[in-house]
Design a protein around this ligand. Structure first.
Ligand SMILES: Cc1cc2nc3c(=O)[nH]c(=O)nc-3n(C[C@H](O)[C@H](O)[C@H](O)COP(=O)(O)OP(=O)(O)OC[C@H]3O[C@@H](n4cnc5c(N)ncnc54)[C@H](O)[C@@H]3O)c2cc1C
Ligand code: SF4
Length: 490
């Protein structure tokens, strides 16, 4: 380890973001470049802990102190090889991961944690620049064929691993382009799409076959796939949105978040010319305080909304951890996203009661009531505050309160995969109730994060490889260390 006392010498520093007033004029990534010298200082802050809690925090088990050291010593080949040993796509997680590793970094006990996510992004970008990331097709082919259905981060990671194991992988995707929510959910100001295209081109060169514009769902297709392939991975996400179940949800102008974000990403990707849902000049209300809600705020600001208000049922979290939420737990503190910085009013502890509308069936308002959270019988519940009910103007509303589970489109049934009461598929070691059919990502674990989807894809690939070959030499996560907690993206 190079600089043992870097954490005393250097403060945590991350890239400056572009002026919010300027950046809402485009959809480009918001951060300014970060100098090599500064990055070196950030890597030097790592203490190379005897027990690196950052490993525990990362769902992929990233080998963090080792890659920090390689960055400090400017050994980029080593840095990317350490990073790739646990993470297929550090250029994605280095941009959009909420970084649970940083939340469990030992420095975080009484200082700012090591800027692990920033270091990860820079290793990936430097390695691409230096030509250290290039197509590396497997030397031997197994003669086995695997179909992967759904090309989000889970399907991409499973395909990458299975291809490396020598199997012929065909990835079926219903949309025109590959990437799932990386492409059609997350806006460009968080993840520009050339980043996905660059990786997909490499995977193609390595032998993965991508079949887009192909929705798999009916029983005949499933039968054909089950006959033609030796194993199947289902990684179709958790696209069934949760609704508010309040009066007026059917008014024109009330949408699920993904109706808006999906179309905007199609505009940016050149698939369509105009978003049919425009926020320009509108009073926008975003219901839900998570990542998806933030993305609706950022996109509405770029459309030129008249006002944006974000509502959250839960109380406003504290700015600092409290005693009930000690390190190294995920900090339940107030998060201010880059989209919040660009402008939006945030209201906490608020309940939506009813949308109101005009004779043309368009939404015009939303009735709200303040609530108070109280403990009753050992659990937290809320009570409406009498006299606080009011109707606020609303001509566009985005519902961003999460997902119920996989889309209800008969896909699981067609592949003989039984489901639980909560609509998630039954799974044991990533295998469904049909032994030939495996499961990965949000469709298996429920709505989650990109880093978890990559982890699921990798772990599923090991199980598929074992099923096909009796044993697998693909890397597997060391679960003996600690059990990582899942962080849910809203
Ligand atoms: C708006 C939004 C913002 C988010 N922001 C973040 C963030 O900043 N950081 C983070 O870590 N996580 C974020 N998440 C969560 C993250 O994107 C997901 O957890 C992750 O993408 C799940 O990956 P997946 O591969 O399981 O599924 P998905 O990404 O949902 O991919 C599933 C794929 O399957 C395809 N498919 C579905 N059905 C079929 C079918 N029948 N036939 C063929 N193809 C099919 C879909 O078209 C899609 O391409 C966000 C989610 C949303 C909605
Ligand atoms: S916990 Fe933080 S300081 Fe310790 S090894 Fe990991 S990144 Fe470095």
């Amino acid at each position: 380890m190079g600089a043992k006392e870097g954490f005393i010498q250097f403060k945590r520093e991350t890239p400056v973001s572009r002026d919010p007033k300027e950046r809402i004029g485009d959809y480009k990534e918001i951060y300014e470049p970060f100098s090599g010298e500064k990055l070196n200082q950030q890597a030097a802050r790592c203490m190379d802990c005897g027990v690196p809690f950052c490993h525990n925090g990362c769902p992929l088990g990233n080998v963090i102190p080792e890659f920090n050291d390689a960055v400090y010593n400017q050994e980029w080949g080593q840095a990317i090889s350490i990073l790739h040993s646990t993470n297929n796509f550090p250029e994605f997680t280095g941009r959009i991961c909420p970084a649970p590793c940083e939340a469990s970094c030992v420095l975080g006990i009484n200082k700012d944690p090591v800027a692990i996510e920033l270091i990860e992004k820079n290793i990936a970008e430097k390695a691409y620049k230096l030509g250290l990331i290039k197509a590396n097709p497997p030397e031997k082919r197994s003669g086995k064929k695997v179909a992967v259905i759904g090309s989000g981060p889970a399907g991409l990671a499973a395909s990458d691993q299975l291809n490396q194991a020598g199997h012929e992988v065909t990835l079926f995707e219903k949309d025109a382009k590959v990437g799932g929510l990386l492409r059609y959910g997350i806006p460009d100001f968080k993840l520009e799409k050339w980043v996905i295209d660059r990786r997909v081109a490499l995977m193609q060169e390595e032998g993965v076959i991508f079949t887009t514009n192909t929705e798999i769902g009916n029983t005949n297709q499933a039968e054909e796939i089950l006959k033609a392939f030796d194993a199947v991975v289902l990684s179709t996400g958790a696209a069934h949105p949760r609704s508010l179940n309040i009066k007026g949800e059917n008014y024109k102008g009330v949408h699920f978040a993904m109706e808006f974000l999906g179309k905007q990403n199609q505009v940016i990707g050149g698939e369509i010319t105009e978003n049919p849902i425009s926020a320009k000049g509108k009073h926008v209300i975003v219901i839900g305080g998570g990542d998806t809600g933030s993305d609706c705020i950022g996109t509405s600001n770029r459309h030129g909304a008249a006002s944006i208000t974000q509502l959250e049922l839960l109380p406003k979290p504290p700015k600092q951890r409290n005693n009930l939420n000690p390190w190294p737990e995920w900090p339940m503190t107030l998060k201010t996203s880059s989209s919040h910085e660009e402008g939006a009013e945030r209201i906490f502890s608020i309940l939506t009661k009813e949308f109101t509308g005009n004779e043309a069936g368009e939404v015009t308002g939303l009735t709200l009531v303040d609530i108070e959270w109280v403990e009753k019988g050992g659990r937290m519940t809320f009570e409406e505050i009498p006299g606080s009910e009011r109707t606020v103007p609303c001509d566009l509303a985005f519902i961003a309160i999460g997902y119920m589970g996989p889309a209800q489109n008969g896909l699981l049934e067609a592949f003989g995969a039984e489901t639980l009461e909560n609509s998630l598929p039954k799974s044991k070691n990533y295998q469904s109730t049909n032994p030939k059919v495996f499961l990965a990502g949000d469709m298996r674990r429920g709505q989650s994060l990109v880093v978890w989807a990559i982890s699921e894809g990798r772990e599923t690939a090991v199980k598929v490889d074992e099923y096909l070959m009796g044993t697998s030499s693909l890397p597997q996560k060391d679960v003996s260390f600690f059990q990582v907690e899942e962080q849910i993206a809203g």
